[in-house]
Design a protein around this ligand. Structure first.
Ligand SMILES: [Zn+2]
Length: 187
């Protein structure tokens, strides 16, 4: 959980993990970790304002630390094909080398053959939605908005991406959204 994350996203993650029967939903706080939009003067080229420098190196190191503590030897990332077209740290090369580095740095992780897996890596967002419907995922409890609030704002990059993906999937979205937000400055 980093500095700018919407509390609604954390609540949604908790609700969805409960629905999936997750026994422990642990929140690891990283309040000083910021998104590109919170770093005026820095230049990240074409990357979106939600970019966090070196994000997945940090997140997977934390996840591996918890894995070593709890004896959980598989780390599962939800990155999809759209992500890997934008973020270098969601691509195969990054995960192969990170898995190797994490094993090299811990005899317990090495002995357990810690594995980083990405079951959604070949699917685009709309294909992930279709799969979620097939699996009975409570999509109405998920959160895509970059802002906080009782409903999705309808205007930020997260909301617009969600709307487009649901439409492409041919699935109606049961989350409430305030589409009066469209045209507002996106984040
Ligand atoms: Zn939004």
């Amino acid at each position: 959980m980093y500095g700018g994350i919407a509390p609604a996203e954390v609540r949604a993650a908790k609700a969805v993990s409960q629905a999936a029967g997750v026994t422990e939903h642990r929140i690891f706080r990283m309040p000083d970790l910021r998104e590109a939009s919170d770093m005026p003067g820095s230049d990240f080229g074409e990357l979106p304002p939600t970019y966090i420098p070196v994000r997945n190196s940090i997140f997977y190191a934390v996840a591996a630390s918890i894995a070593e503590e709890t004896g959980s030897w598989t780390l599962i990332g939800g990155h999809n094909r759209n992500d890997s077209e934008v973020f270098e740290d969601t691509r195969t090369e990054f995960f192969e080398l990170t898995q190797k580095a994490l094993r090299a740095g811990s005899s317990r992780l090495r002995a357990a053959r810690l594995e980083l897996v990405r079951p959604l890596s070949k699917l685009r967002k709309h294909e992930v939605i279709r799969l979620a419907v097939e699996l009975g995922v409570p999509l109405g409890q998920t959160w895509s908005c970059h802002r906080d609030g009782p409903v999705h704002c309808g205007g930020c990059a997260g909301c617009l991406g969600r709307k487009e993906a649901f439409e492409r999937a041919g699935v109606s979205d049961e989350v409430s959204a305030d589409f009066s937000g469209i045209g507002r400055k996106t984040s």
